[in-house]
Design a protein around this ligand. Sequence first.
Ligand code: ADP
Ligand code: MG
Length: 337
Amino acid sequence: MENPKKINIADLKTFLKFLDFLNEGIIVIDENKIVNYANKYAENLLGVKEPEGQHFSEVIKNNYLYSIVSHKYNEDIYQTEIIIDSKKFLVKVYNIDNKKFVHLTDITPFEVYKQAKKDFVSNVSHELKTPIAVLKGAIETLDQEEKDKDKKRFISMALKRINQMDTLINDLLIIARLESKEDKVVKTQIDLKRFINDVYEDLSHLTKEKNINFKNNIKENSIIYGDEQKLSILFKNLIENAIKYNKDNGVVEVNSFENGKYIVVEVKDTGIGIPKKALPLIFERFYRVDKSRSRSVGGTGLGLSIVKHITEAHKGKVEVDSKLGEGSSFKVYLPKQ
Ligand SMILES: Nc1ncnc2c1ncn2[C@@H]1O[C@H](COP(=O)(O)OP(=O)(O)O)[C@@H](O)[C@H]1O
Ligand SMILES: [Mg+2]
């Protein structure tokens, strides 16, 4: 088929002028590793003038960029991020007709924006933590001492709301800590059965209200390697969900098995289930299938995003299976080492 795009030499010259206006770098390298073209932005970035005709090793002095460009790729498009002159660049290498088209975009502004957003959430959460703790303590004291029925009604309303705020701030602080640069996964050997029992211990008050039957099916002496503090937040969230979104007299069970290089820990419930179309969304921050239900059971919509974050920090993955009205299963894959 004939190419429907009409372009002649004069147009091409105009097009090259246009490329010089771009705020992005473009470099074209042929199969003999000769630079065929670099736009103005690329020239400035590389600190060269009219590099056309030179071998690319003469032109690209930045070691990272050089190794990216000299690498042989099987795929048509390869992309990565690199730092040049303390700026972060997205580098895309397109392999077209035996030539390499290198496209460089400065993504520093996005990084600055992302960091500012994280810092803001972290600062606000830290600032709110203490006043909320003080308010919570005061309202709890009032709640214990007040005898008047009407006043007590208002106090319990306030207590419920302050508890919601407290949960939200705690979840936001967990996220801020997980996202901070200093945060690291510190792995130790963990006895899985005991560990799950300990996590459950903190949640057992929830099971009493709904008469939930909790089964820890993990075999004795099963070992995992992971960050105990982080994994305890992870499994607390999964087991809490399995209880909160369960039916009265339902079952929550925890199983574990091996799968290739992973130990899989499954938290399974006989609860309300999750609609199919919601499954890809539940790990998003603040996503809740039923906002009012989640709120009434004290949820923030952050739990599963924390679960995903911690699993990925362990170089693992998390999968969910669910049948509406029958129950859900969350499987956490953790590398054996
Ligand atoms: N075990 C489960 N059974 C049914 N629905 C669940 C389960 N776990 C999570 N969900 C759904 O996914 C949403 C997101 O979960 P999560 O991030 O923990 O937030 P929440 O604070 O609302 O519990 C919940 O609001 C709920 O709708
Ligand atoms: Mg939750």
